[in-house]
Ligand binder design. Structure first.
Ligand code: THU
Length: 128
């Protein structure tokens, strides 16, 4: 589904299409593509598109996300790992064991959020 979600990417400036498929604990899957902007900085990554769709539908707990990115119009040949901003958005809603699945044409790599964002700042820091 992440590979398929790349087709929804709006990426006229980079030509780099990313797709994400986010599995909520409810069992629902929310997809997203990157959405670029002529002013560049308002660009939203595919992962955050998927998260914001899900959270705005009432979801708060998540099990896993799959991500695929590469040259638009071609099947990705390299893994595309989430940027730092997206990892921090994941931290807001996800536990250490949240699974991050990187997908490309011929395989997947599976990481946890704790592996990709160690020593992180989280809601727990503000809870005391
Ligand atoms: N991008 C994502 O959507 N997710 C990532 O994990 C990395 C980067 C997007 C942002 C921008 O539209 C394009 O890829 C090139 O950086």
């Amino acid at each position: 589904m992440a590979l398929q979600a790349r087709e929804t990417a709006y990426c006229p400036y980079s030509g780099f299409a990313v797709g994400a498929a986010l599995l909520a604990e409810s069992g629902r899957i929310y997809t997203g593509g990157n959405i670029e902007n002529a002013a560049y900085t308002p660009t939203n990554c595919a992962e955050r598109t998927a998260f914001f769709k899900a959270v705005s539908e009432g979801e708060r707990r998540f099990a896993a996300i799959a991500v695929a990115g590469g040259k638009a119009g071609e099947t990705p040949v390299e893994f595309c790992a989430p940027c730092g901003v997206c990892r921090q958005v994941m931290r807001e809603f996800c536990a250490d064991d949240f699974k991050i699945v990187l997908a490309k044409a011929d395989g997947v790599q599976i990481h946890t959020l704790a592996q990709l964002l160690p020593q992180s700042f989280s809601p727990a820091n503000l809870a005391k």
